[in-house]
Design a protein around this ligand. Sequence first.
Ligand code: NAD
Length: 458
Amino acid sequence: MFHNPQFEQMQNHFDTGETRPLKTRLDLLTKLEMVIKSDSDKIAQALYQDLRKPEQESLISEVAFLIEEIGYTKKHLKSWMMPTKVKTPLALLPGKSTIHYDPLGVVLIIGPWNYPFQLALAPLIGAIAAGNCAVIKPSELTPHTSKIIVEIIKKVFRPEHVQVVEGGVDETTELLKLKWNHIFFTGSTSVGQIIMKAAAENLIPVTLELGGKSPVIVTKTSDLNLAARRIVWAKFYNTGQTCVAPDYLYVQSSVKNKLVELLKEEIQKQFGKDPQKSRDLTRIINVRNHQRLCQMIDNEKVVFGGDVDEDDLCIAPTLLEGVSWQDPVMQEEIFGPILPILEFDDLKSLIALINKEPRPLSAYLFSQATTEQTMFTEKLHFGGGCINDLIVHLSHPELPFGGLGSSGIGSYHGHTSFLTFSHQKSLMLRYSLFDFSARYAPYSQRKLNFLKKIFGLS
Ligand code: NAD
């Protein structure tokens, strides 16, 4: 287990300053990159054992994602670490003003099971780039991946710099008693609340990367073939167990029937006539989630799919029609291969309706009309999203990734990760050339008049 003595060891290591030089950060990122590359087959194998994840998905969304993130970070790190010079206002002259990027200290990273490799290590890239020590707590539901993470971290880092602590609720609860300098959590909204409460005990700042119900909206102006192909890809990638997956679909009434037919064709194209036999369909993480998802499938409303096999943890890509907000499938984040399809007529009213729901992590619009694209961008509240595509925004290193409201607090990726794991320390260097007496007591009418003039009040 990991208790105070191990924690203090890491704090002491941080205090030596050894984690701070640019060269150390770059060398460790390079080493991490090399080990991930050389272990990529083992990583894919572990992900297959834990989730039956297809190799292509493991490569793109877990391994290549991290390689890209490390490459981008290494390329820009030197400039990110440079203090930013800012102008000094007239009233504060003479002097020089700068913002310095200080590492936070020892940080805790808690990961989920759905992209168990990527989501444990992507925050670590930011933490190391910013000069911190870190403990990673991967999900206990993906034990093979957790083991690989332990091996990789041991190959790259000294234990006082980065460590992995494996375990579930009990172990995480113990970790949450320590006085971390930051907690970075990826997981469900309900556990996010537990994390934030525990962090509040010690006033620890948190980044919470949570979930929610992310809508995809298709209007009659859209390219329906493209919309169907991309929606099927994004919804059933990792079998819907993706935080930014489209949770439900709203389609404009006049094109609903056409889109539903295209979605059915597209599912068959991508997963064949019997999706359970497809090598490209990831399995549901466990029996508990399988049962939770099955309860959301109202057989009366199934228009495609609906086949389930608990022993094989399989649920076929499923489309539901005639769904209302009162149905179980609309009561919580689905996080599985079930797509409820709802209809709308007026985009403005639909946006007003969705805005009454908790803020989603993502939102997507398929539309060729600029007015609709502008309305979506300006009026709908969501963490991040795409127009005429889905989920790809999260792989863009220059776009901060995170939610708002119940879908999260804070963001990361690229430069934003570096900032998330840094303290922006403000500093003014004052020169002793002049020392205006006006600020010092005893105050006088003459000093007051002078100050009023400076601040434009007379
Ligand atoms: P989860 O909240 O159940 O678990 C996440 C982590 O918290 C795990 O490491 C787990 O061991 C730990 N944990 C669970 N219960 C705990 C408790 N009572 N006390 C302390 N720690 C606890 O989430 P999950 O099921 O692994 O992941 C699915 C959820 O994560 C979905 O809601 C999904 O939308 C969200 N998610 C969000 C993002 C994002 O980037 N925003 C990414 C992936 C997943």
